[in-house]
Design a protein around this ligand. Structure first.
Ligand code: AMP
Ligand code: MN
Ligand code: MN
Ligand code: MN
Length: 330
């Protein structure tokens, strides 16, 4: 099983990277990409832990076991395949927020690091502006609450948690609707980077850009088509075709879109929390048969970094039959 979209507590996920990996292990994942919002800290953290662990067991003169400094893939005991580096970049397109995943990005790349620092700074500034608006409405304490969190990408999801904890909102949806969503009275636009900037930076870091959860944006059909065209024009490589909560009809539609624009197809749950069982790790529909050749594991970068197909498509039988059953949740 493969899952190329997940979050840790370095953005708005609930779990630490190591707890996320334990869950991935329990759920039998082969490959996982951590794609925190505007952060690659989880990958840095796991790589540092892996190196510390490896050097403890190794003769200091034997550098062979600690020399793997890859910034794109980590071999870990919890995953039979490996951990793929990733990120989910918030972009703006005609005033809307669109998310672009970067997969196989070199987490040490300077352009990427610079862009993510800018995005994190935008997040801090937006949080401060939301705090002011909330204070004017008698809701105090957001800044102090955010200071207690481990994240380096402060998100509105954290603000929603605060509003629910304080009894200002009855649930997170309510917090978004009434206060921090587009029509809420404490809404603040973040001024994210443009599509083209995000994609160019992902490419500079050697990564593949994939348009996250394409059917979740509030767009009319003509505008949606235009957004996808602009995304392709900006150099986008892939779209997420399979993800949690996607109905089979949309899966087919996204597969067609993939074919039409010659895009690669990615799949990921967008896991945030064990409480959201409907978005659990690996809980995604299998790639439709139409994506038999465009599935991301056929991309040259997958071959370059991993060198083999995932077991789900390479084990026994024909590849087509192994990935064609769109009715199964995997
Ligand atoms: P941000 O990227 O800071 O604008 O925060 C958006 C994050 O909040 C998304 O990545 C979701 O995880 C979460 N989110 C967005 N809309 C909602 C909603 N209506 N209810 C709960 N969580 C939401
Ligand atoms: Mn999120
Ligand atoms: Mn997203
Ligand atoms: Mn996500």
């Amino acid at each position: 099983m493969i899952d190329l979209h997940s979050h840790t507590h370095f953005s708005d996920g609930d779990l630490s990277p190591s707890r996320l990996l334990s869950r991935a292990h329990e759920r039998g994942l082969e490959y996982l990409a951590i794609t925190d919002h505007d952060s690659v800290t989880a990958f840095h953290t796991l790589r540092a832990e892996r190196h510390a662990h490896a050097s403890k067991d190794t003769n200091p003169d034997d550098s062979s076991r600690t020399s793997n400094a890859s910034g794109t893939i980590l071999r870990l005991p919890q995953l039979s395949g490996g951990l793929i580096s990733g990120v989910e970049v918030s972009c703006q397109w005609e005033g809307l927020e669109i998310h672009v995943l970067g997969l196989f990005v070199d987490v040490d790349n300077v352009a990427l690091t610079t862009m993510l620092q800018q995005q994190q700074q935008r997040r801090r500034e937006r949080a401060a502006a939301i705090d002011l608006k909330l204070q004017r409405n008698g809701m105090t304490g957001l800044g102090a609450y955010l200071d207690t969190l481990p994240c380096d990408a402060i998100s509105r999801s954290h603000v929603a948690d605060f509003l629910v904890n304080q009894g200002h909102s009855k649930n997170k949806q309510h917090a978004f609707n009434k206060l921090i969503g587009r029509k809420g009275k404490a809404y603040v636009a973040a001024g994210w980077c443009e599509f083209a900037d995000a994609i160019a930076t992902i490419h500079e870091a050697g990564g593949i850009a994939s348009l996250a959860h394409p059917d979740r944006y509030p767009l009319s059909r003509p505008r949606f088509r235009r957004m996808v065209e602009d995304y392709c024009e900006a150099g986008g490589d892939a779209i997420e075709v399979s993800y949690s909560n996607l109905n089979p009809g949309s899966l087919g539609h996204l597969a067609e879109l993939c074919e039409k624009h010659e895009l690669w197809a990615t799949a990921g749950s967008d896991f945030h929390s064990p409480d959201h069982h409907w978005m659990d790790l690996g809980k995604i529909r299998m790639m439709p048969a139409a994506c038999r050749h465009s599935a991301i594991w056929h991309h040259p970068a997958w071959q370059q970094h991993i060198g083999k197909l995932p077991a789900i498509v390479s084990a026994g039988g024909s590849e087509g039959s192994a990935i064609s059953d769109a009715s199964e949740l995997r």
